[in-house]
Each structure stands twice: as structure tokens, then as C-alpha cells.
Ligand binder design. Structure first.
Ligand code: HEC
Length: 107
């Protein structure tokens, strides 16, 4: 009887895992933590950096794929902006996916 249960459990776990991976590997919860440094400039509340005051693009609610593309472009210097290159260059593809997932879901 115990074996049958173990088999059923293993089967259920396999099914759960095979469903979880292909859809999206991005983890918005992890992205929330990783995005903390970004929010100093991309202050989600007012979209303006506090000091010195200059406009910073709004990221919250932005399209996930757009954010991924923008960050990869900064990282690979296809987009030139010293500040964002510095910020994006240390991010892994996983970090970028997580951060984009978080920002896209943030209101
Ligand atoms: C020191 C301030 C600063 C920090 C920190 C910062 N950014 Fe930026 N970010 C900017 C500015 C300024 C721009 C506009 C750059 C330009 O004109 O290309 C920008 C642009 C962007 C864009 C493009 C937006 C668009 O509409 O095209 C994305 C995406 C982005 N930042 C994501 C991030 C992420 C993610 C982080 C954290 C890893 C981060 N930024 C950290 C200042 C900052």
C-alpha cells in the first residue's frame, strides 16, 4: 500500500514539474527583491528620480517582453546609456526574466 502511494506522489510531482517549467521560468517574487536597486531611480510611485530630479522611464506595468529586450540591449551595449549599462551588465538572463516578470505585474 505504501509503495502505491509513493508512486502516485512521484507521478503527481513529475506532472507538476513538467507543467511548471515550460510556461515561464521567471519568478516575480525573486524579481521583486532583485529590483530593489532599480527602484531607487525607477521609483515605481512617481516615476521621477528624487535627487537630482530627472525623469526616469516608467517600468511598472510595462510589457514583460519589452523589459527583457530593453535590459538585454543595455547589457549588450546595443542601447547606449552608461547608467543602465552599468545596471544591466551585472544581471544574468534569469535575473532579467525575474525582474521583468515582477515589474510587468507591479501596478
Ligand atoms: C541610477 C539610476 C538608475 C538605476 C539604478 C536603474 N536605472 Fe533603468 N534607467 C535609468 C534611466 C535614466 C533610463 C533612461 C535611459 C535611456 O534614455 O536610454 C533607464 C532606462 C531603463 C529601461 C528602459 C525603459 C524604456 O522605457 O525603454 C529599463 C527596462 C530599465 N531602465 C530597467 C532598470 C532595471 C531593471 C534596473 C535595476 C537592475 C535599473 N533600470 C536601474 C536610470 C536607472
Amino acid at each position: 500500500m505504501k509503495n502505491v502511494r509513493a508512486m502516485a506522489l512521484a507521478g503527481a510531482l513529475c506532472t507538476a514539474m513538467s507543467f511548471a517549467t515550460p510556461v515561464s521560468a521567471a519568478d516575480p517574487e525573486a524579481g521583486k527583491l532583485k529590483a530593489q536597486t532599480c527602484l531607487g531611480c525607477h521609483g515605481v510611485a512617481h516615476y521621477v528620480n528624487t535627487y537630482p530630479t530627472y525623469h526616469v522611464p516608467r517600468l511598472a506595468g510595462q510589457h514583460e517582453q519589452y523589459l527583457v529586450a530593453a535590459l538585454k540591449a543595455y547589457k549588450e551595449k546595443q542601447r547606449s546609456h552608461a547608467t543602465m549599462h552599468a545596471n544591466a551588465s551585472s544581471l544574468s538572463d534569469e535575473d532579467i526574466a525575474d525582474i521583468a516578470a515582477y515589474l510587468a505585474s507591479a501596478k
